[in-house]
Design a protein. Sequence first.
Lengths: 351, 240
Amino acid sequence: MVRQDPYAKHYCKSSMSKTKILAIETSCDETSAAVVEDGERVLSNVVASQIKSHQRFGGVVPEIASRHHVEQITFIVQEAMEEAGVTYEELDAVAVTEGPGLVGALLIGVSTAKAIAFAHGLPLIPVNHIAGHIYANRLIQPLQFPLMALVVSGGHTELVYMEEDGNFEVIGETRDDAAGEAYDKIGRVLGVPYPGGKHIDEMAHQGEDTFDFPRAMIQEDNYDFSFSGVKSSFINTVHNANQKGETLDQYDLAASFQASVVDVLVDKTVRAVKEKQVKQLLLAGGVAANKGLRTALKHAVETELDGVELVIPPLSLCGDNAAMIGAAAHVEYKKGHKADYSLNARPGLSL
Amino acid sequence: MRILAIDTSNEVMSIAVLENQTMIGELTTNVKRNHSERLMPAIDELMKDVSWQPEELDRIAIAKGPGSYTGLRIGATIAKTLAWTLQKELTGVSSLKVLAANRIPSSSYIVPLFDARRGNIYTGLYRYEAGELKQVEPDTHISAERWARHLLRLDEPVELIGQDAAKHIEIFREVLGDNVRVAPQKDHIPRASVLGWLAFDEQPLDVHTFTPDYLKLAEAEEKWRKAHPEDAGGEYVEKI
């Protein structure tokens, strides 16, 4: 029997054509698959959201998320392959989110990626979900180093400094709730559907910052965040009013909460950008869809950060999606970072 | 027909390759360790051992549940992805039936079981009829005590099988007395070679829509359905 090197075709091809990576993302409540070329061109990016299911419970139920992923996964990967119009022979690697995220949810993506890699003799590339959010920006604009990324999502609030591709230094992070988490929690108090962020953002634009909630840690000489204080202050304000039989203006409440969160995020980000003298500022993560934050950051960059390029992903690339995983995977691919078939989900993975 | 059979429904991990109903290779471990880390390397190793290429497979057989939710999903995801991506057939066999099939044909009722915590078990009722293993009652999630009382109505000997039988034998003895016995120890471990052998006769499933037979809703889902009996469910997942 002739022994065949399963990677032979990939060695030959990489010098001749562009790198095509199939990427899979299942870290939370979105099942997604994408094909990305050279880490910068999206050939397909299919996302199935489970949000309607989890809305029933006011938050993501891990066991239910895992079950939905199993139902969806082959449909979604097939659609991504068909939409991209590529064959397995044309792929150079399979990439997957290994963490952070919900362990049961991550396992579906990881198992799927391993099976595809094994079936077609493709290299397997594990990707950090947060790196994915940051690299979503590479699908819009080439990255210029050094850069600063503000990562804001339901699970994360981090300032990440990058000197070069694949090199992440977390210079600040939340000490308690993530910004998106605080939005969801006060969303429940305001009675808006889960996830609350989008609704509060809309309401905020129709109200005024009249409550002057605290700007936690804004004066402190570090880049860390805290959002549990503003959340408690918000909840107390609403409860006290309820006890007195008063009704507060919902729009002003939303506007005041959003102003407090956005002020701190923008203030600390601007300071970090100035100190590190970066060329680019990237916004990343689900909360990057927040109009209040986008507008405030644009304004701050225009008025205070001369010569710094601000990159904000379009809404379709702010939420969880596999294209961003494919973008980040390309960096790992070039560095030769590969996993073997024992790859496991790493729910608490940090950058 | 070349079959790859996978069972990760419980602590035991078992994979096998079969040519029709003849076992060519099998790898079975009975240790408390991570299926996610071990299943794919094991498949790779076994396939290499027997010099089979992935595309030479004709059918993937999966122990479709019940069992540990996470274990079931790892096996099911790898099985359905392999079947889909290699364009091969997928067949599922009850994880309990795989266990029951360890017994040689006899006239006894066979009761395979897995522990399901808090006094509950996953179980079913099987029996050989004309030399063929038949499911007498559907697999179910039930308290061990209720199941024992249910079996009392058979008024015939039943044989418990499975590593978790020891955990529940007392309650069965209390209810069924001498009419219950435990199968010999050698038969308590599910074997993928048995799964593959059973799967040879099964009809292929729709690969895309295949999900494990959990036999139980997620707790939140169960509560929600009780509170919303009018809501028959619907499309909860949508493309964005």
